[in-house]
Design a protein around this ligand. Structure first.
Ligand code: PGA
Length: 251
């Protein structure tokens, strides 16, 4: 981790959490968060955003959504605009998670449009990229991830308004992770792809998160990797104790 980049520990709750348990989790994260030097983001399901924002007031824990629509308003039944997320108390949005790319057919152009809308509304975009197992086995991980960065990160992205999360699809929820040197190779490649797309200063300062089976037992090793500036955590973000233990591992 670069000393100049404040780590980000982000929890992606996915489609988990009813009011009682979800707000208790938000409350427990808020209560514990003050003691760490990282930035915290929690991304509950859309149904809990407004209530979670009340719970998080004054805690310093940021609230993120898991998606947004690319359009500011209109006839899009079931969708939520970036401005609506801001209105509900969000400061961040995850865009292009592999589960959305797979379940909803989101391609790089869709993710780019959503990230652009998020930035326009004042949200910080957490743009996700990552190769499938077949792509890794074929030796294509670096090329796939660089193409996703080129296709999904907006041209007006800055280190202040954008975070990139590298999440190998095969590592998500599987208990498997790449080795630290494999992760470093991808993160260095992402940073140079960002330098090519934006500029060197933005690339050097942008936070690059690792995601995929991060948990208390492996967080110290993963968060110590040079170009890893935090984590995007799924399963282990559903227990405040585990989520905070991961934050404790930030170097
Ligand atoms: P996981 O999920 O930590 O459960 O592997 C990470 C993610 O999909 O963001």
């Amino acid at each position: 981790m670069g000393a100049e980049r404040t780590p980000v520990i982000a929890g992606n709750w996915k489609m988990n959490g009813l009011k009682q348990d979800g707000l208790a989790l938000a409350r427990d994260v808020a209560a514990g968060a003050g003691a760490y030097r990282c930035e915290f983001v929690v991304c509950p399901p859309a149904t809990l955003l407004a209530a979670a924002s009340e719970v998080l007031v004054g805690s310093g824990v940021h609230l993120g959504a898991q998606d947004c629509h690319a359009e500011p308003d209109g006839a899009h039944t079931g969708d939520i605009s970036a401005a609506m997320l801001v209105d509900a108390g969000c400061s961040h949005a995850i865009l292009g998670h592999s589960e959305r790319r797979a379940d909803h057919g989101e391609d790089d152009a869709t993710v780019l449009a959503k990230a652009t809308a998020a930035l326009a509304a004042g949200l910080t975009a957490i743009v996700c990229v990552g190769e499938t197992e077949a792509e890794r086995d074929a030796g294509q991980a670096l090329d796939v991830v660089a193409a996703q960065v080129a296709g999904s990160v907006p041209e007006n992205a800055t280190a202040a308004n954008t975070i990139v999360a590298y999440e190998p699809v095969w590592a998500i929820g599987s208990g498997r992770t790449p080795t630290p040197s494999e992760i470093q190779a991808v993160h260095a490649h992402i940073r140079s792809a960002i330098a090519g797309r934006l500029d060197g200063g933005a690339a050097a300062a942008m936070r690059l998160l690792y995601g995929g089976s991060m948990k208390p037992g492996n967080a110290a090793e993963l968060l110590a990797i040079e170009d890893v500036d935090g984590g995007l955590i799924g399963g282990a973000s559903l227990k405040a104790e585990d989520f905070l233990a991961i934050a404790q591992s930030c170097p």
